[in-house]
Design a protein around this ligand. Structure first.
Ligand code: AMP
Ligand code: ZN
Ligand code: FE
Ligand code: FE
Length: 292
């Protein structure tokens, strides 16, 4: 069983329609795919229809922007009820923050000499509710200022560069609690990823586990071999689920091809069991895996 639990479509900053991501997943020989767009469930309906059509199992999810001790932490939420009011409220704040910082980022970029307008970015974003720096990066590429998204981040968009503006992110601990109360399973994405300040040590993860944390993403392109080994040991020690995934973004992220990292089927079963437990305690609308 080939299971990839972390992918993006153009419902956030991936480059393909959810339907296309699902089709590609099936073509690549995946049996289970998690669609985890940033801060939004907007791709779920289209992805669900596609999953039934092409005969692949879809785990509806999202990747939520949070902050712990001033460091950005991405929380993967699998199978939460997206209508749970506290979850909707936090996602609303995050999306408003994404929207709100756009004008400021563009003003700073213009002050630094780049000609870039809000309408150009809006065209790039399309219908996606989550406006991200990758969309601005794509405009900079299209206008010839940089060669690719990587260069756009390195020169203009990363923290400390001329276009950087911070935005609202939810508190990590509170978000883990909310996802759990929404009947979902919370997993920390790329805990020791690029740019993270490595605030997520053994002790912190143990503490988040008491708030409901179910797992950590161990096999991710941002993690070198020795980090994967260390994270797997922590997961084993704490009895956290260890996942693996591509963090596919279509053409938006190189070296993140679908299926490049996979989740062990036994770990996946534990993840589903945890979500089912949380859903039965929550008594909300249950979000189910789509397809068989
Ligand atoms: P934002 O959500 O607007 O803060 O932008 C962060 C997102 O940009 C991350 O979740 C990645 O998907 C993407 N990203 C970050 N660094 C890069 C990079 N060097 N190249 C391409 N995409 C990136
Ligand atoms: Zn992204
Ligand atoms: Fe992430
Ligand atoms: Fe991601």
């Amino acid at each position: 069983m080939r299971i990839d639990l972390h992918t993006h479509s153009n419902a956030s900053d991936g480059t393909q329609d959810p339907r296309v991501v699902i089709q590609l997943a099936a073509d690549t020989g995946l049996h289970v795919i998690g669609l985890t767009d940033h801060d939004s469930a907007a791709g779920w309906v289209e992805a669900s229809a596609a999953a039934l059509e092409v005969g692949i199992r879809l785990v509806p999810g999202m990747e939520i922007s949070t902050i712990h001790q001033h460091a950005g932490v991405h929380v993967l939420a699998y199978l939460p009820d997206p209508t749970y009011p506290p979850l909707m409220a936090e996602l609303g704040l995050i999306l408003d923050g994404r929207n709100g910082r756009l004008a400021a980022m563009l003003a700073q970029l213009r002050a630094a000499g780049l000609d870039i307008r809000e309408a150009e970015v809006r065209a790039q974003v399309g219908a996606a509710p989550a406006i991200g720096r990758p969309h601005i990066a794509d405009v900079l590429v299209a206008k010839g200022y940089v060669a690719d998204r990587n260069q756009a981040f390195a020169e203009w968009l990363n923290w400390g560069r001329p276009g950087y503006v911070s935005r609202y992110a939810a508190d990590t601990r509170r978000m883990v609690q909310i996802v759990t109360a929404a009947g979902g399973a919370a997993v920390i994405a790329h805990p020791w990823g690029r740019g993270s300040r490595r605030v997520l040590d053994h002790e912190t993860l143990a503490s988040l586990q008491s708030d409901g944390l179910v797992g950590i993403e161990v096999d991710h392109q941002d993690h070198a071999r020795d980090d994967r080994d260390a994270l797997r040991a922590i997961a084993r020690d704490l009895d956290l689920v260890a996942t693996g995934a591509s963090d596919f973004h279509g053409a938006g992220k190189v070296d993140h091809e679908l299926g490049c990292n996979l989740t062990d089927p036994g770990q996946f079963e534990r993840l589903l069991a945890a979500a089912a437990d949380n859903a039965s305690s929550a008594g909300l609308n249950v979000t189910a895996v789509v397809g068989s």
